[in-house]
Design a binder for this molecule. Structure first.
Ligand code: PML
Length: 247
């Protein structure tokens, strides 16, 4: 026995590799009994996405042996509202500094995401110098193989009075995994033009809004690490090691 990773990615105008436009993606870690239900959910998501209807959908299912799974409690969440985008960026910089990032690197992260249109995954940055450390180019690093334990998510969401939001659900799972991997901190805001909230991850998940104006398609992720971090193992953990979020 074990669980299965179900991953979906969808595009319009052909497959991603053939130049299609990315529309949506998603992933769940589920038991065998739930496999068909969640695969169906992911297909529905691809077909009815606000960015359009997919004409290419790729579903991939991998068996995940139980002994490879890591478990982690979710980062605790706090929410901050700023009066302006500039002030929100200042808040993000202050929060990154509290998590152990240098001011130079914190500013470099904000600058990167503010201007980035090309990178699909995350970049890795030296938490002291602000220099980019990965060599992934526009592809970046794609964190995958993490999900919430379903009953625990339902409890958590009621307790914290959070909306049943897929974005929050996925972002906290990702941020928790990024911290578990040994990062100093993370900075993220969405490339969804309609979504202006982002966060600083680290010991906490600090949501900050608004980090951009509505309609702006720029967004991305920066993972901060110390230079001594073994990058190959770090990236492997982020991309491959299954992590389930529960109490
Ligand atoms: C949140 O509201 O806490 C989620 C913010 C990050 C969303 C990133 C994304 O899914 O594009």
């Amino acid at each position: 026995t074990g669980i299965y990773s179900v991953r979906m990615r969808a595009a319009q105008g052909g497959a991603h590799e053939e130049g299609g436009r990315h529309i949506s993606g998603g992933e769940r870690l589920v038991t065998e009994e739930d496999l068909d239900k969640f695969a169906q959910n992911l297909i529905d998501r691809a077909l009815h996405h606000s960015r359009g209807t997919a004409d290419f959908i790729n579903i991939r299912i991998d068996h995940v042996p139980l002994e490879t799974i890591h478990y982690a409690a979710p980062l605790s969440i706090e929410c901050k509202e700023a009066e302006s985008i500039n002030k929100a960026h200042q808040m993000a910089i202050q929060q990154l500094i509290q998590e152990g990032v240098s001011e130079t690197a914190a500013k470099a992260g904000v600058h990167f995401i503010k201007n980035d249109v090309a990178t699909r995954g995350a970049i890795i940055m030296d938490a002291d110098s602000g220099e980019r450390l990965d060599h992934r180019g526009d592809r970046g690093v794609r964190v995958s193989h993490m999900d919430w334990d379903e009953p625990f998510w339902n409890q958590w969401q009621m307790r914290t009075k959070s909306k049943d939001s897929l974005k929050i659900r996925e972002a906290i799972a990702l941020a928790t995994k990024v911290t578990l991997a040994g990062s100093v901190a993370e900075l993220c805001w969405s490339d969804d033009p309609e979504y202006v909230t982002g966060y600083v991850g680290g010991r906490k998940y600090s949501r900050i809004s608004p980090l951009k104006r509505v309609g702006d398609p720029r967004g991305g992720r920066v993972f901060y690490v110390r230079k001594s971090t073994g990058l190959e193992d770090y990236i492997h953990f982020l991309e491959q090691t299954p992590v389930i979020i529960r109490g």
